[in-house]
Design a protein around this ligand. Sequence first.
Ligand code: AP5
Length: 222
Amino acid sequence: MNLILLGPPGAGKGTCARMLADKKNFFHISTGDILREEVKKGTSLGQNVRNYMESGKLVADEVILDIIEQRLENWSGGDKSFVLDGFPRTMAQAEGLESVLQKKHLFINQVILLDVPEGELIRRLSSRRVCGNCGANYNLISQPPKIPDVCDYCGGKLYQREDDREETVRNRLRIYQQEIQPLVDHYTNKGLLVRLDGEGTIDDVFQRLLTLLQLLKKDDYS
Ligand code: AP5
């Protein structure tokens, strides 16, 4: 079952996708994580996209489609499913994805749109922290590290994403509002779009997602 997670910045796409990867063996493709890794490594791609990301603007469709094509090129997932997080974000990306998938005889089975009110998005993003070493995500309110500013997994130092500063968050939300409706219409017309209430604790939302996907097993929350 291949999925797309749509939703505004801070809706919980990355959190849900990482949990699907950890608990349900999904292959997680996050364009944001891939780009941040390139920036961190200082590659020419990273240098080219850095300013866009830090100001909350979208990176060019062709760049993003190249990344997705590369990730799916050698896809031989067998029984494994993939989840796309933060992609597609424009109609050009959605159309590009369709031709990549067609070449590989792959399909998207469901598109999930996470609904979260704006006030909650801003609260979540202003309290998000990320490990500078391994990229693990935390939240000072809902998912704090055991020791302040230190990653539970690798001991790396936590930092605030440059694009999580309030003014940039507002810019990202504005761009999201401009781009999302055509994608919603597109996937609704294909009969693939389902809205999911993204409010509540991380476990509540994940349980709701598993129920929706009919992936909930008795031992998931024991
Ligand atoms: P990207 O990294 O994709 O950012 P985003 O889409 O803005 O999404 P976020 O990572 O901010 O939010 P999320 O929904 O994943 O929430 P999360 O689970 O982390 O992209 C960054 C930039 O890269 C873009 O601005 C653009 O420049 C570029 N880019 C990337 N993809 C692109 C594309 N396709 N096209 C063009 N440019 C692209 O949760 C947020 C916080 O809330 C965390 O701290 C988490 O712990 C917490 N949290 C999550 N769920 C809950 C909950 N239920 N209750 C309480 N807290 C919660």
